[in-house]
Design a protein around this ligand. Structure first.
Ligand code: GAL
Length: 373
């Protein structure tokens, strides 16, 4: 049911463009490969198709996976977005016929060595399929090698391994895939949230430039890199002049972002016109700092995040956050489970299974909130 709402929202959204960041260079090659471009109908159709295929697969196999064991490695349980993701993943696997006891979800505690030990344990146990949200995407090659050697199919989620690693799966015909969204699209949408307000509204000091602060997630993560680059690139592509006042790493964490933004506001004061946060948890921290500094979002400063956490959506509705971008954990978790099911049934998957982000403004925030709550 929720999928239908997602499709409606997707169909009612969309546009595309590209970007650059404070000290980071713009990557035109990446920008032109079409990954940041969104289309209205493609995502819902793909999503519905994947769901239908999974239903059909489940039916064909009797729809009963009660004796199949799924090992799920999450990089860190305390991450807000990954909490939504893993909860939905577990519920959906149960709906598909897996037994709750056989869905083994473990917390990597943001430590690759811990997670590697958990993967070794799952291999020793002989699980039927693994779903892995790596702590470090750069460890994917090592992880893939040991999981493939154990003849266990593997679905990576949320933190995309690099292109050469994905190519290796294809070249070797391995049962390995990645399910996730293209972060370039979310960065572009963040930029559009600002562009759509118009230069006159955002350029509060009237110097013809947009002065901004960037708060980045984990720098090893491609989501953080692309959101940082593409949010700003959207502005420059739209002809806006930009000036980066501060670009710092908040590791996806609310408290770290609060500190970063408090310091930046202390240093740059009213010069700060826009605060870009790579995710909503950090945008919520930024909002605390903005309010403590006596500033008012949408009046004398603008603030955008990504994920569409309930609290952030409430802020968008209340006008205390300019906008966010829905990171569709329903679609991603369902696609990951569907891919795992296909592997369990002895079928293959594409090596990359994508999903679209949705731009969230006051126009659709309530609709998205009704869906995620
Ligand atoms: C991103 C999400 C962040 C954080 C990160 C973890 O997609 O926007 O909030 O959860 O994944 O890798």
């Amino acid at each position: 049911m929720k999928k239908k709402v997602v499709s409606l929202i997707l169909a009612a959204t969309m546009i595309a463009t590209m970007v650059t960041g404070c000290g980071s260079s713009s990557d035109e090659t990446a920008a032109t490969d079409g990954a940041a471009t969104t289309t209205d109908e493609a995502a819902p159709a793909t999503e519905a198709g994947a769901a239908d295929a999974a239903d059909a697969a489940a039916d064909a196999a009797g729809g009963d996976y009660a004796d199949k064991v799924v090992g799920v490695c999450i990089y860190q349980f305390s991450d807000n977005f990954m909490t939504l993701f893993r909860t939905e993943l577990e519920n959906y696997l149960i709906e598909q016929g897996f037994s709750k006891d056989n869905i083994k979800i473990v917390d990597g505690a943001n430590d690759q060595a811990t997670q590697t030990g958990q993967i070794d344990n799952f291999i020793a146990e002989g699980v039927d399929v693994l779903i892995i949200n790596p702590v470090n995407s750069s460890s994917a090659e090592t992880i893939t090698d040991k999981v493939v050697a154990a003849d266990i199919p593997l679905v990576y989620i949320n933190r995309e391994p690099d292109e050469s690693e994905e190519q290796r799966w294809a070249d070797n015909g391995w049962d390995v895939t990645y399910v996730g969204c293209d972060a370039r699209q979310s960065g572009t949408m963040q930029g559009e949230l600002i562009i759509d307000l118009g230069l006159e509204t955002v350029d509060l000091n009237g110097d013809g430039k947009i002065q901004y602060i960037m708060v980045e997630g984990d720098p090893e993560n491609v989501d953080a890199q692309y959101r940082t680059e593409y949010s700003v690139k959207a502005l420059t592509d739209a002809g806006f002049e930009v000036e980066c006042l501060s670009d710092q790493v908040g590791n996806w964490q609310q408290d770290q972002a609060q500190q970063i933004v408090a310091n930046a506001l202390g240093q740059y004061g009213n010069d700060v016109e826009v605060v870009f946060c790579n995710n909503d948890a950090m945008a919520l921290g930024a909002l605390q700092a903005i309010q403590s500094a006596g500033r008012t979002v949408n009046e004398d400063i603008f603030l955008v995040g990504v994920d569409a956490l309930s609290e952030a959506l409430e802020d968008v509705i209340a006008g205390t956050m300019t906008g966010t971008v829905f990171n569709d954990h329903f679609s991603q978790s369902h696609s990951a489970a569907d891919a795992a099911i296909r592997f369990v049934n002895g079928e293959t998957n594409e090596y990359y299974i994508g999903c679209d982000y949705v731009k969230v403004t006051t126009e659709n925030a309530q609709e998205v909130l009704d869906m995620v709550k």
